[in-house]
Design a protein around this ligand. Structure first.
Ligand SMILES: [Mn+2]
Length: 258
């Protein structure tokens, strides 16, 4: 089984073994995504699967999406944390395939979804392929601030959720903090830490989970294509990317063969 290519399952029917994750973080060994014990087929409760960076412009990745069972996830929820496809037709097809397989599919766009064109991989294409209106620029913090403020209109909904739910999952495509990235020496793009992380995103997530975040507080993200599962300051951060075929081939994104 290739664990990163399995959808990541996060079940709320049992308490997640936080102690275990904290122990791993303490020892410096980051726990990789896997199906947790609470996600049993006969378990009680909602099953939430997470996935990011599907990049289905690659036929191999589209084939993987097609290969997902049309029966197994009929009652499950899927969170798609961005970067589905650059080509509009591929995006529509992918989301349709996912919707046929899961009862509910939630999506947040990634940078590749907004390009709507297909080009070869370029780690920093956002810096020259995006045109922003008005005073927005990717040379300062204006973009981060602009996108964060878009969340303000949902404040009442957030408050309502906070008062009625004990288990909240937030998700974004972008990476909230730099600790959620491997060390520089492990990176194919050593400059990656310079272009990831957003204080606004992190603050927004913390405001939703609350200062005293519950032991279920979880944030799902994508973008870096590294499998991730670690608790940082009380919030569990998870990334389960499908990633590019070449990354899987070279095991660049932390997939485990077992
Ligand atoms: Mn991506």
């Amino acid at each position: 089984m290739i664990s990163c290519l399995s959808l990541y399952s996060y079940s709320f029917c049992e308490k997640i073994a936080l102690k275990k994750y904290r122990r791993c973080v303490k020892r410096g060994c980051i726990k990789r995504p896997q199906v947790v014990s609470g996600a049993k087929k006969d378990g009680f409760g909602l099953r939430v699967f997470v996935l990011s960076d599907l990049h289905t412009d690659y036929p191999e990745n589209m084939a993987w999406v097609r290969s997902l069972s049309t029966k197994r996830h009929e009652k499950d929820v899927l969170l798609v944390a961005g970067d589905v496809a650059e080509m509009y037709d591929n995006f529509i097809l992918t989301m349709s395939l996912l919707k046929e397989r899961f009862e509910y599919v939630f999506f947040v766009p990634g940078n590749h979804d907004l390009w709507c064109r297909w080009e070869t991989e370029d780690a920093c294409k956002d810096f020259h392929a995006c045109k922003w209106p008005g005073n927005l620029s990717n040379r300062d913090t204006s973009l981060a601030l602009y996108f964060d403020l878009m969340n303000e209109k949902n404040q009442n909904t957030v408050k309502q959720i906070q008062s009625t739910c004990s288990q909240i999952i937030t998700f974004s495509h972008f990476v909230p903090r730099q600790e959620l990235c491997p060390e520089k020496r492990m990176l194919f793009y050593p400059k990656l830490p310079k272009i990831i992380g957003s204080d606004w995103l992190e603050d927004r997530i913390r405001s939703i989970h609350g200062v005293e975040s519950s032991s279920f507080a979880c944030h799902v993200f994508g973008h870096t294509h590294f499998c991730w599962d670690a608790v940082v300051d009380g919030i569990r951060y998870v990334q389960a990317p499908l990633a590019y075929p070449r990354e899987r081939k070279r095991r660049m994104n932390g997939e485990v063969l077992s």
